[in-house]
Design a protein around this ligand. Structure first.
Ligand SMILES: Cc1cn([C@H]2C[C@H](O)[C@@H](COP(=O)(O)OP(=O)(O)O)O2)c(=O)[nH]c1=O
Length: 202
């Protein structure tokens, strides 16, 4: 498997709860496909000084906004800022995203931290979806099995991901609670099944 490529233009997303193994599996995938075949991007970190700085601010409990709406709009500003570069990268290689707009919905509107009084749900969803219009994923791997306690998680966020999986059944693939190696194999099999893996170019 070491010499397989990810299909140029493919958009592969890793989503789900904090501490459920997304980053571990991203690193495993990186180790199993040709390095030049994909760009790996974390949201909201993105590509620029702006997005990296906002990410640091959002990570800092002393500094980040108290308002759930303000937090998510800050995330979304980073997403918006990254769109042009994402399109550019996708014209050259596959793109593997560590979180995208499903996080904004799961951690924001679907978890209840943003109420209708802050912004009506359909308006918020429209802003989020418009920001990501034109960036259709080939598959979204959903990580729902948390290994250890993480205060960022809640049952409401988990339920938000269930809602998204039900809304986009052709896109969402729940990652099983297997060993690390078995999960990587499962992900590669799914990518192969979706014709997102190419053999080594000669
Ligand atoms: C992308 C995104 C993330 N988040 C949240 C999810 C996580 O709790 C948090 C940080 O994301 P995460 O990738 O889990 O950070 P780390 O690599 O430090 O584990 O940001 C949102 O609330 N909205 C968003 O749009």
């Amino acid at each position: 498997m070491e010499s397989v490529h990810l299909r140029p233009g493919a958009l592969i997303v890793f989503e789900g709860l904090d501490g459920a193994g997304k980053t571990t599996q991203l690193n495993c995938l990186r180790g199993r496909v040709r390095p030049e075949s994909a760009t790996y991007v974390h949201m909201p970190t993105g590509f620029s000084r702006f997005t990296q700085t906002v990410r640091t601010l959002l990570d800092d409990r002393e500094v980040r906004p108290v308002s759930g709406l303000a937090q998510q709009l800050a995330h979304l500003a980073c997403h918006a800022e990254s769109q042009a570069t994402l399109h550019e990268q996708r014209s050259r290689s596959a793109v593997v995203l560590d979180r995208w707009w499903w996080s904004t919905l799961a951690y924001g509107i679907l978890s209840g931290v943003i109420s209708d009084a802050d912004m009506p749900r359909d308006a918020f969803e429209r802003v989020v979806e418009s920001t990501w219009a034109g960036m259709t994923a080939d598959v979204v791997f959903l990580f729902g099995h948390v290994h250890g306690f993480d205060s960022n998680n809640s049952d409401a966020i988990a339920a938000g991901y269930e809602t998204l999986a039900a809304r986009y059944p052709a896109l969402a693939v729940w990652v099983p609670d297997f060993t690390i190696e078995e999960v990587t194999d499962t992900i590669l099999e799914e990518l192969d099944h979706r014709h997102l893996l190419l053999p080594e170019r000669s």
